[in-house]
Design a protein around this ligand. Structure first.
Ligand code: APR
Length: 312
């Protein structure tokens, strides 16, 4: 039987993720949204592309959670973008509410599934999804580090004129502007980055990667990035469904690793059919450890703010 991936939120990131999964042929897809017509229309459009891609995946668009029953993976991209006049806390509460509803509506229908959370602020949303689901923490994972690392690889590749395929890197910490890139673990075909670039140039590229999401928002004006977020999500889906045991930076629940406990934050993990199968602990330089601590504390405090608001 084919694997089943449900994508919740049929907006830009969700629909593009569904596109990548359908085109790969590795799973059947259910696309869910609260807006009527959108998931059905996008699913039909994708189904009509399937013959051209020579794939036999089925794709269903729905507003009914029961269609997600027995999913192997549930990807959550549902949420609101930050609108003018909305504070970060307003966005946090609005999206926390969406995550709670979606997880409450899907977890009992797919008790053996793995959640991949994309909605921002991602690390916080992942922790909320884990709490609401009651799932083993390894089966609730956040997508952030894969995207941050891909952005950093892109900028290094542009700077050096080297294929991004030959650039390896790891990015830890909270997703986005609190990410912690690790130049000491960044190589060009195994050669340390510092052999190619000086400290200041590396710092410039880190700055650009950290602001990668904002740079795209500034250009698009009415939306945020979706091709690279969807491609990053697809890499995680593939690692799980094909049990690839990839070493990828993902948001995972720490239980003492990196000196933190009970908080979701980006760390290198082994990703396979059981979700997060192992967290890899690496020695960090002093400033990297400080940045990591800062982003873990930021996630913790946002989780507290969101749960205080829920109890009101
Ligand atoms: N249940 C299901 N879908 C919902 C719900 C809900 N409770 N609330 C909102 N949605 C849907 C919207 O109807 C919309 O179709 O979520 C979708 C969000 O799509 P977009 O606005 O296009 O946002 P997108 O660019 O896809 O980003 C989604 O991913 O990268 C992150 O920061 C980004 O948090 C954002 C998320």
């Amino acid at each position: 039987m084919k694997a089943k991936v449900s994508v919740i939120g049929a907006g830009n990131v969700g629909a593009t993720t569904a596109h990548l999964v359908v085109q790969s042929g590795i799973a059947d897809v259910v696309l869910f949204d609260i807006t009527e017509g959108i998931p059905q229309g996008k699913a039909l459009d994708l189904a009509e592309a399937a013959p051209l891609w020579n794939v036999a995946s089925s794709i269903t668009g729905t507003n009914d959670f029961s269609d997600t029953r027995d999913s192997d993976i549930i990807v959550i991209t549902a949420g609101f973008p930050r609108k003018p006049g909305m504070s970060r806390d307003d966005l946090l509460h609005a999206n926390a509410d969406v995550i709670r509803k979606v997880v409450a509506g899907t977890s009992a229908l797919s008790p053996g599934s793995i959640y991949i959370i994309v909605t921002n602020p991602m690390d916080v949303m992942t922790q909320i999804a884990w709490t609401v689901s009651g799932f083993d923490s390894g089966r609730v994972i956040g997508m952030g580090g894969v995207l941050d690392a891909s952005r950093f690889r892109t900028f290094i590749s542009l700077e050096l004129g080297v294929s991004p395929e030959d650039i390896e890197t790891l990015v830890l910490g909270g997703h986005g502007d609190s990410m912690v890139p690790l130049p000491q673990y960044t190589t060009v075909k195994g050669v340390p980055l510092k052999e190619f670039l000086g400290h200041e140039r590396i710092a410039d590229l880190i700055h650009r990667a950290r602001n990668g999401g904002a740079e795209i928002v500034a250009l698009l004006k009415t939306g945020s990035a979706y091709y690279a977020p969807a491609a990053s999500t697809f890499q995680m889906i593939k690692a799980v469904l094909l049990d690839e045991k990839r070493l990828l930076p993902c948001s995972a629940l720490l239980r003492g690793e990196y000196g933190h406990r009970d908080v979701y934050v980006g760390v290198p993990v082994i990703l396979g059919k059981n979700g997060v199968e192992k967290i890899i602990e690496l020695p960090l330089a002093k400033d990297e450890a400080l940045q990591f601590d800062k982003s873990a504390h930021a996630v913790k405090s946002m989780v507290e703010t969101a749960s205080a608001n829920e109890q009101k």
